[in-house]
Design a protein around this ligand. Structure first.
Ligand code: FES
Length: 333
């Protein structure tokens, strides 16, 4: 039996305590659920239970030591025997989705790390879900959770063509709560109409390609702070800082190590070189693996994970991309 190696057990702000493990799982089932999209069912080879997870969580598939990609879990949260991930074969794949489609057939084994949740579902009277393409995977589980609690919800789901859109058979059972909008039939999603009336009892959850996320962010500018929850699969572009980056000091309080982070290095690189144990994965500020608590100082967040409110609080930092506005940062490392 694979013994799950506990990597993290930590209370995270707004995210409850989560338990992250690393283990080898077997592909029990592989289903083609739409054009270019497969759903893998992963289970422990010896049948051991997998850690709990909540809607919005993702796992890392560690296909090779350097090919690590994040995929949202999209199965039943109450089924501790298996995890499911949906993977779109991206024509611009940098190797991850290609590996999944070419190599992860039924019976194959893959190293998995997680689960981790940077897109948690908050309690609300009403949910407005907006999904583009494979962005349906975290939303699909959220819909099941909303439906189970009798919450009021609506889904606006866009895709290139109907045949490229996953889970339509199940989603269309929800009747007029779901608007399916294949671009070749109905054109682009009408976000202006959908988000024209800010409502303090409604939260908006959106996942999809960058163009959709930016458009939703734009359309929600008049909504109450905290209404919009977004998950990115790719790094958001940041304006380079005026005059370039400066060096700053980082004190790793738990390790008792202090380092200077020069302009051409990340905090992650500088502390790792100094011998501090750090976890990382995407190195682009997208996956949240390297998040750590800020004890003192003012971070300069450049990640695509934290919400506006979380950025302003400065309570945590993604050390693979973010820097410091103060001359010194004290981190819980
Ligand atoms: S390693 Fe992914 S956010 Fe830092």
């Amino acid at each position: 039996m694979t013994a799950p190696e506990l990597l993290v057990e930590s209370p995270q702000r707004n995210r409850g305590t989560y338990r992250e493990v690393e283990l080898d799982l077997q592909v029990r089932k592989r289903e083609r659920v739409a054009e270019g999209v497969v759903v893998l069912t992963l289970a422990d080879p010896a049948g051991a239970d997998l850690p709990e997870w909540t809607p919005g969580a993702h796992i890392d598939l560690m296909m090779t030591p350097t090919l690590i990609r994040q995929y949202s879990l999209c199965g039943d949260t109450s089924n501790s025997a298996e995890w499911k991930v949906g993977v779109l074969l991206d024509p611009a794949s940098r190797g991850g989705s290609q590996f999944v489609h070419d190599k992860l057939h039924e019976g194959a084994t893959v190293r998995v790390r997680g689960p981790r949740n940077h897109f948690p579902m908050v309690q609300a009277a009403r949910y407005k879900f907006i999904a583009g393409g494979i962005g349906i995977t975290p939303i699909y589980t959220m819909i099941a959770a909303a439906a189970a609690t009798n919450a009021d919800w609506q889904l606006l789901y866009g895709g290139r063509t109907r045949s490229s859109m996953a889970f339509l058979d199940v989603l269309e059972d929800h009747g007029d709560r779901v608007s399916v909008c294949p671009q070749d039939e109905t054109g682009m999603l009408d976000l202006a109409a959908e988000l024209s009336a800010p409502d303090e009892d409604t939260v908006v959850y959106c996942c999809g390609p960058e163009g959709l996320l930016s458009a939703v962010e734009q359309a929600c500018t008049s909504w109450p702070t905290g209404s919009l929850h977004i998950e990115r699969f790719a790094a958001k572009a940041f304006e380079p800082s005026v005059g370039g980056d400066s060096a700053f000091e980082v004190e790793c309080q738990r390790s008792g190590v202090s380092v200077t982070v020069p302009p051409d290095k990340t905090i992650y690189e500088a502390v790792e070189e100094a011998g501090v144990d750090v976890l990382g994965s995407c190195m682009e500020g997208v996956c949240g693996t390297c998040e750590c608590d800020v004890i003192e100082g003012e971070p300069d967040p450049r990640d695509s994970v934290l919400s506006e409110a979380e950025r302003e609080s400065g309570a945590t930092i993604m050390i693979c991309v973010s820097r410091s506005r103060s001359e010194r940062l004290v981190l819980d490392l």
